[in-house]
Design a protein around this ligand. Sequence first.
Ligand SMILES: O=P(O)(O)OC[C@H]1O[C@H](O)[C@H](O)[C@@H](O)[C@@H]1O
Length: 306
Amino acid sequence: MAERSDKPSTTLAPGQWSFTRWKTIGQLEALEVQHPLFEAAITLQGAHLVHFSHSNEKNWLWLSDLARFQPGRAIRGGIPVCWPWFGDPARNPPAIRAHVKTPSAHGFARTALWQLEDVSESAHEVEISLSLNAGDEFHEVWEGHALALITFHFSLRGCQIALTTTNLAHAPMALSQALHTYLPTPDITRTRLLGLGNSQYIDTLKDWNYATQDGPVYFMGETDRIYESGDVLVATTPERRTKLIGFGSDSTVVWNPGPEKAQRLSDFPDTGWRNMLCVETANAAGDYRVLNIGQSHTLGVLIERG
Ligand SMILES: O=P(O)(O)OC[C@H]1O[C@H](O)[C@H](O)[C@@H](O)[C@@H]1O
């Protein structure tokens, strides 16, 4: 870690950490937290949370058995950070499309190497911050210059993630993004998502037409929707209730690939669709944001037991 040892901003130097340590997962460097109250793991690539749970509990997040931890490869599961655009660039508003020079979905942050900024620990909490200064290095895929700072706050209450984007360019910046949370379920057919009743949504599987949600969301097959809502959500499975409290977000993406798309997805078991759902705290579709020069926006989610 010699290349990072000159960072003055780390509240605790690595030698002073009690609950956090460096770990290699596959081929990726990661930070592992083993606190008496909770456990977590974040890879530096993608600032990707792959595990959070209370101590000696199952992961609150779904992680594919086929996930590969390799440089340049998106990790299937956990919470990918989709930034500085969400989804297919061609489906983004013109202000975003104009600055994206690749057909790749979900931006480049999820496969970029982030820098550790800060670790702080107490008897009750651990907070870890990482940053990505995205400028010239990404000029082949994107025109812009922005700083992404992500802070993970772990406690007995749950985990909170806050992603602040600051526009460092000399022109306004349009941004779409998501904290693409994968949740586990023992049975997707007995899983529902509460909190979106009466919301308008874009059904990307029905020619991107609008519809209105009637009651809870049930998963009857492939589901891929952008809801115009940032309300508090509760995912209920036969095993647990998970509450997601978003902030800086007025859109939520709900996704399950269903049996056919599951077979086409990278690093995804053919039957994996039965055991996961994605509830993505987003700034997507009409909820994209424009940051003036020097301006910041924070997107975040607090994940708790419901
Ligand atoms: O396979 P990925 O690039 O990780 O994308 C996985 C999924 O992400 C989002 O939920 C989109 O709405 C889906 O259309 C997409 O299939």
